[in-house]
Design a protein around this ligand. Sequence first.
Ligand code: ZN
Length: 398
Amino acid sequence: MTERLYYTDAMLRVFDATVVELANEGQRAYLDRTAFYPTSGGQPHDTGTLQGIPVIDVVDEDDRIAHVLQRPLTGAGPGAVVRGEIDWARRHDYMQQHTGQHLLSAVLEDVTGFPTVSVHFGAGSSTLDADDSAGTGALPAAVLLEVERRVNGIVAESRPVVVSFEDSTTAAGLRKPSERAGVLRVVSIEGVDRSACGGTHVATTAAIGPILVRRQERVRQGLRFEFTCGDRAIQRARADLDALKRIASAYSASIDDAPVLVEAQATQLRELQGEVKRLVERLAGYRAAELHAATIPGPDGLRRVVERVEGGADSARSLALAMSAVAGTIFIAASTSPPSILLATSPDTGVDAGRTLRPLLETVQGRGGGSPRLAQGSAPTTEAVDEVVRSLLAAANG
Ligand SMILES: [Zn+2]
C-alpha cells in the first residue's frame, strides 16, 4: 500500500520515503509513500527524480504506485530512504488545467445543463466532453462567452479549493454521482462545485489563472470544448498575438484593423479569380481562332492542332475547351514535365477523345481517359508522349 502524499498535500514537491520493493532490475520502484501523481482521471503522471534518477512514468496499480525509472536505482534496496523530487513546472501546469476544468465543468453545466462526461489534459491543450444526447447542438458564441466570463469571475474571487474525505453514502451535492463505495475524496470549490476526484488541484481559484475557452466541436453524442488555463493560457495568447502581428504587419496595419482588411482582401481575391477565369477563357477563344487559321486541314478535312505546354497538359484545358468549340478541330496538348497529354475534339469530327486516347496511352504504359470531347492522361516519359502524339497525327492519314 503506497501512501499518496498528494491526496492531502498537492503542494509537496520534495519528499523522503522508504523503498519497499524494486522490480524490473531496479527500474521499477515501490515506496511506502509518494508525492508522485500516477496517470489517472485524464491527468498525466508527474515526472521528476528519485534519488537523482529521472522518473519517466508513474503507474497506478490500485494499492500501490510504481515509479518507472530511466535507469536502475542502485545502492538503495528495500528499507533504504530515498528522496523524490517532482518536476514542479509540469505538475503545477496540470494542477491549473485540472482545477480549471472542475470550475469550467460546473459553470458549463449551470449555464447550459450539459454535464461533463470525460476530460483529457494534453501537453498542448485540454478538452472536456459534455453530454448533448438531447441534440441541442453547438453553443452560440454569446453563451460560450458568458461561460468564460463567469469562470474568470470566479477565478478573480479567489475561492478556496479544499479536499475532504467523505463517506460515499453521505457525501451530498456531488456534481457527478460517484460509483465508488467507501471513502470518497471530494474536491470542493467553495459555493461552486463538489466533485469526487483523486487528482491534484491548486489551493484557490485565483491560482488557476486565466481560463480561455478556445473552441467547441461536435463529437459523438456531445460537444467537445478545448480550453487552456493559467500560464498556458498566457503562452497560448502570446502565440496568437504573434500570429496576429505577422498578419497585421503583412497589411501594414494595426492588429485591430487586420480582420477587416483580411476579409476585404479575401472578397477582392474571389472577384479577381472570377475575372482571371473570364479573361483566360476569352484569351483561349482568340488563341483557338488563331491556331485554327494557321493549321492546314488533313486529307479528312480535319484540322489537327498540336500545342506544346509546360507544367502538365492540364494547363491547356481552357484552350482545349475553346478549340473543341471550333468545328472540324482535333486539339492535342503535350507536356514534357510532367509527361502528359490532352486531347479535345469538336463534336462534328466524330472522334471520341476518351476512347481514342485511352488505348494509345496504354500502349506506352501510360494511363488516362475522359469524355468524348475532352480526355487527358499521363505517360511515363517524354518519348512516350511524343509517340502518342505521332499516333494521333498518323490517324489523319491512316
Ligand atoms: Zn479533479
